[in-house]
Ligand binder design. Structure first.
Ligand SMILES: [Fe+2]
Ligand SMILES: [Fe+2]
Length: 272
């Protein structure tokens, strides 16, 4: 927590959103629990969102993993390209409105691509999108977000999880939505970028929030197995790494009236 500035004191003119990057496996959910125990009282976020696409052994989400995140203090869970890796999610997502999968999956896909939640006296729309560069060719995320924003025209507090490989695609979404949403937070690469900023229209952008889980693996997976696949070019089944854990997140402070971003700050905490 060193270096984290304590200026998130309760202020009635603000709405504070804590967004946690891709939670990987049991090390990720358990460390989220440990860290949030201290961080929530200290930062007092009004809304806690986590990307949970890797929460079950690095692949997908199920009820024990989502419950672990809820128990830790997470209120909304977003997803990405791993969202159907646990078949159980197909039925779970239809009954749990706190779970959001990318909105640009084809029409008829189970679940929802956005969810509206009430935070204090404010309605906050959380949207999940997925990029198309080096990822499955879904529908256009730009057109998908346009139609959602058109449907929810009166909502001024909007958080977008842009799950994508390419920094360019995530930045393009940030600029495309500048002035129309509160924040565009990138996920998927598992490596936190240092480019957080607030665009001129009042939209906070971070290209990638990073990963929460084993620090010394490769993107959270056992580095020996990942390396072996790369070196031998043979199929190798990946497993979640063990050892020291890290927590990657971002705190965005919004104007409670207008939904514009006032401040964005990256958070990176590591065990040792
Ligand atoms: Fe991920
Ligand atoms: Fe992903």
């Amino acid at each position: 927590m060193d270096g984290l500035v304590d200026h998130h004191v309760s202020d009635e003119s603000m709405l504070k959103v804590l967004f946690i990057g891709d939670v990987v496996g049991l090390p990720g959910t358990s460390y989220t629990t440990n860290v949030l125990k201290n961080l929530i009282p200290r930062l007092q976020p009004d809304l806690v969102i986590a990307n949970g696409e890797n929460a079950v052994h690095g692949r997908g989400l199920n009820r024990p993993a989502s419950d672990a995140l809820y128990d830790a203090g997470v209120e909304i869970i977003t997803l990405g390209n791993h969202c159907w890796d646990q078949r159980e999610l197909i039925s779970l997502i239809d009954v749990d409105e706190r779970i959001v999968r990318p909105a640009n999956y084809p029409p008829g896909t189970p679940g929802r691509g956005y969810t509206l939640c009430r935070v204090l006296d404010v309605e906050v729309l959380v949207i999940n999108l997925m990029g198309r560069t080096f990822l499955p060719a879904l529908d256009c995320p730009f057109r998908a977000v346009d139609s959602i924003l058109q449907e929810y025209e009166g909502i001024s507090h909007v958080i977008v999880d842009m799950h994508a490989e390419a920094t360019s695609e995530k930045l393009a979404m940030g600029w495309y939505l500048d002035g129309r949403v509160s924040a565009v937070i990138g996920t998927h690469t598992h490596v936190q970028t240092a480019d957080e900023r607030i665009l001129p229209g009042g939209t906070a952008v971070l290209t990638d929030v990073g990963m929460t889980g084993p620090r010394d693996g490769i993107l959270g997976m056992d580095r020996t197995l990942v390396t072996r696949r790369m070196v031998t070019q043979m199929p190798v089944r990946f497993e979640v790494a063990s050892g020291a854990r890290q927590f990657s997140a971002v705190m965005v402070q919004l104007d409670r009236q207008t939904g514009k971003a006032l401040h964005i700050e990256r958070i990176y905490i590591s065990e040792h």
